[in-house]
Design a protein around this ligand. Structure first.
Ligand code: AMP
Ligand code: ZN
Length: 448
């Protein structure tokens, strides 16, 4: 397969060629674990999973690493405000200690991993806590210090962006990427508005360092950890688009200055937002939903994955329950059609497989790839056994769990409705019986 992805760095769809084929080094920014993740955050992980599965489907061997931000992320992505983990401890009435911080992080990391599993997301080979790699942060910071890229203020060690001529390359080479943004410094000691913290002093709580006690900056964690596990240069770095202007821009600055301008990452690939009511879903907006809310409504979490795949990862989506319920009906119908194909698994249909590859090659066009499932079902020239094999082949990327769908997997609510209908028929209440049959049909099931 000749894969093409939209690279934020070049603002073009580019043919993907890894540095060391067939191996692919792939890093994803993980969550800040001071609270539950929301379904907006989870979009960035569903997207990274589809990307990984497409690479593997194409024969690449992917080494995927993800950090868990359990220290150092300030409330604003623009590097200001209070520390998110401190905020989490205060909210839960816990004493401010490193031990409690770690416990809080471990609790929410487990919840996060549960969500990944529920969404059929392959948990990356390496998930690492940032607090276990402070030594690596300090090493990188010392390199930058030695090369003259840092300076000290009363509250921390900062990176001097004026020392890097192409600072902001990921953001179109601009410096002040948004004039109204809070990033225009709240800290008057900064030499340039874009300068960012590498080590933040904290006399109350933190790690020992050659400077003062404190925490590494959020950005340096991702540079130090990705380079530790994937080398100074690697193939793919992903996250949501909000991390382009600050976090990723600063990762490039630190990493490339520390390695004497070696290009840090080949492909920067970013997924769009999930909005709700036309506004970005965010913890700070208080408009977020957890995956648990979907499950509590009796909706299979895979439905959320299916709903996301119906849009390109580069399209903003607006979450609403009606749309999700519509996807639920469509997915249940697909499951039912799949079950009706019988037990025999034949050969993958080569024509459809070629189309499938063509769509995924084109910057992961999942909406068109998904539409092939309906085309395969309708095609009278393919045997049921071959249709089944084709579904299972495509599902290596889609992850909709066809192989685990069994006849007896009919949801309890459908069985209950079918029993009610049987009772109505026995009582000769045909109006009610018809109504119940319609309801069952609308939910994607037939009574035979
Ligand atoms: P955070 O825990 O804030 O660092 O976010 C974890 C991941 O979720 C990052 O890749 C963000 O870009 C992404 N993200 C945050 N909010 C949204 C949203 N509303 N829609 C899609 N992705 C998001
Ligand atoms: Zn990161």
């Amino acid at each position: 397969m000749s894969l093409k992805f939209y690279n934020t760095l070049t603002r073009e769809k580019e043919v993907f060629i890894p540095i060391n084929p067939p191996h692919v080094g792939f890093y994803s920014c993980g969550p800040t674990v001071y609270d539950y993740v929301h379904i907006g955050n989870l979009r960035s992980y569903v997207f990274a999973d589809i990307l990984q599965k497409t690479l593997e489907y194409s024969g690449y061997k992917v080494k995927r690493v993800m950090n868990i931000t359990d220290i150092g992320h300030l409330s604003s992505d623009a590097d200001s405000g209070e520390d998110k983990m401190t905020k989490g401890l205060l909210r839960e009435g816990k004493e401010l200690t490193l031990k409690n911080m770690r416990e809080l992080a471990e609790f929410y990391t487990e919840k996060f991993k549960d969500d990944l599993i529920k969404l059929n997301i392959k948990v990356p080979n390496g998930i690492y806590f940032a607090s276990d790699y402070v030594k690596e942060d300090i090493k990188l910071l010392k390199k930058l210090e030695k090369k003259g890229y840092t300076y000290k203020t009363s509250d921390g060690i900062y990176f001097d962006t004026s020392k890097m001529p192409n600072y902001g390359i990921l953001w179109g080479g601009k410096r002040n990427w948004d004039e109204n943004h809070v990033r225009i410094s709240e800290n008057s000691e900064k030499k340039n508005p874009e300068d960012f913290v590498l080590w933040k002093f904290n006399p109350r709580i933190g790690f020992d360092s050659p400077w003062e006690k404190g925490f590494p900056g959020w950005h340096i964690e991702c540079s130090a950890m990705s380079m530790k596990f994937l080398g100074d240069q690697f193939d793919i770095h992903t996250a949501g688009i909000d991390l382009i202007p600050t976090h990723h821009t600063n990762e490039i600055a630190q990493s490339e200055c520390a390695t004497d301008k070696k290009p840090f990452v080949r492909f920067w690939i970013h997924s769009e937002f999930v909005d709700i009511g036309g506004v970005k879903m965010a913890k700070s907006e208080g408009n977020f939903l957890k995956l648990e809310s979907i499950i509590k409504k009796g909706i299979n979490p895979i439905t959320y994955r299916f709903w996301l795949l119906m849009a390109s990862y580069r399209t903003k989506v607006n979450f609403n329950w009606e749309a999700l319920e519509g996807s639920e009906i469509a997915l249940k119908r697909l499951y039912k059609l799949y079950i009706e194909l019988g037990d025999k698994v034949g050969k993958v249909d080569v024509n459809y497989q070629q189309k499938f590859k063509k769509y995924l090659e084109d910057d992961l066009d999942t909406p068109r790839a998904l539409s092939l499932l309906w085309d395969v079902i309708k095609d009278e020239n393919i045997s049921d056994a071959d249709k089944k094999a084709t579904f299972l082949d495509f599902d290596k990327v889609f992850g909709l769990d066809f192989k685990n769908i069994k006849k007896e997997n009919i949801p309890k609510e459908i069985i209950k409705l079918a029993e009610e209908r049987e009772k109505a028929r026995k009582n000769k209440d045909f109006k009610k019986s018809d109504e119940l049959r319609d309801k069952i049909n609308n939910l994607g099931y037939d009574i035979k």
